[in-house]
Design a binder for this molecule. Structure first.
Ligand SMILES: Nc1ncnc2c1ncn2[C@@H]1O[C@H](COP(=O)(O)OP(=O)(O)OP(=O)(O)O)[C@@H](O)[C@H]1O
Length: 272
């Protein structure tokens, strides 16, 4: 399968003499949900900015949709890579929720019917139907986040970057965001989550990229990563409670409560 995006031997430093990221190499394929983890300052947000072209590597290459990203403008990369930034107020610039969500599809070569269909779909899936005429910055922080999410999903990019998009959301909205991630994955789009919340990673990611000391020290399927104490230690994250519990019960690694319940039921029936 052709990757959506490939990094090869990427090095970057805000001061080129002091690289924040070194020798970074990985590819992202359609339908993957990839979590980027690591301690504060490990370089996660910097890596996202290399993926969406806001930063350019000092060495190495980024290929986006099969092309050398060095030859693409940020706007050309944005047609393939959409970003929900940590602070949505930094990306929101329209006076109503409706016009904010409509902005992206209007930049694409789409019929007005297709634009409207994408806007309606994004509004319905993010639950913003009641606030379309409001100024996005008059909404609470969680709703503002969903305005940013709706603006990105309405563009249907190949790859979406969510920088701590789950942070501060209540259980209902976390579940709404998780559902959107699953729907986008099912539609063959890829998602990168920069995330400090390991329960969210366990529930929604397929694969983990772990950064430490500016290097990619983990690239593993999520269950394998959380089962490996040395790997979680290397990137300074804790195992989610559900993984600790399944290991304590000597069951296969569960990433969500229903998996654990299933494994327990199987054991009680004498099946495991
Ligand atoms: N605009 C900038 N100019 C100079 N240095 C920066 C800039 N942005 C980040 N840094 C530095 O680069 C390093 C990596 O920062 P980055 O924000 O990418 O880490 P992070 O893993 O996303 O951290 P956090 O988990 O706290 O968000 C840190 O040492 C940070 O201080």
């Amino acid at each position: 399968m052709t990757p959506i995006l490939t990094l090869d031997a990427v090095r970057f430093g805000y001061d080129p003499e002091k690289p924040v990221l070194r020798d970074i190499a990985f590819s992202i394929h359609p339908g993957e949900v990839v979590a980027v983890v690591g301690r504060n300052g490990a370089g996660k947000s910097t890596m996202l900015r290399l993926l969406n072209g806001l930063l350019r590597p000092d060495a190495g290459s980024v290929r986006t949709a099969g092309k050398d990203a060095a030859k693409l403008k940020v706007s050309e990369i944005a047609a393939h890579v959409g970003t929900v930034f940590q602070a949505p107020e930094q990306q929101i610039f329209n006076a109503t929720v409706q016009t904010e969500i409509a902005f992206g599809p209007a930049q694409q070569c789409l019929s007005s019917e297709e634009q409207q269909a994408r806007i309606d779909d994004a509004v319905a899936r993010t639950g913003l139907g009641e606030v379309l005429e409001m100024h996005p910055l008059d909404l609470d922080a969680a709703m503002r986040r969903f305005v940013a999410v709706a603006s990105v999903i309405a563009c249907r990019p190949d790859l979406m970057l969510f920088d701590e998009a789950q942070r501060g959301l209540d259980a209902t909205r976390r579940s709404l965001l998780g559902g959107i991630i699953a729907e986008e994955k099912a539609a063959g789009r890829a998602i990168v989550l920069v995330c400090h919340d390991m329960d969210f990673v366990a529930a929604h990611a397929d694969r983990v990229l772990g950064l430490a000391e500016g290097r990619l020290v983990v690239d593993a399927p999520v269950a394998e990563f959380f089962s490996d104490a040395a790997a979680t230690r290397a990137v300074s994250v804790e195992q989610p409670g559900i993984v600790t519990l399944s290991q304590a019960l000597d069951l296969p690694v569960a990433l969500q409560a229903p998996d654990l319940v299933l494994a327990l039921r199987k054991r009680l029936k004498g099946g495991a």
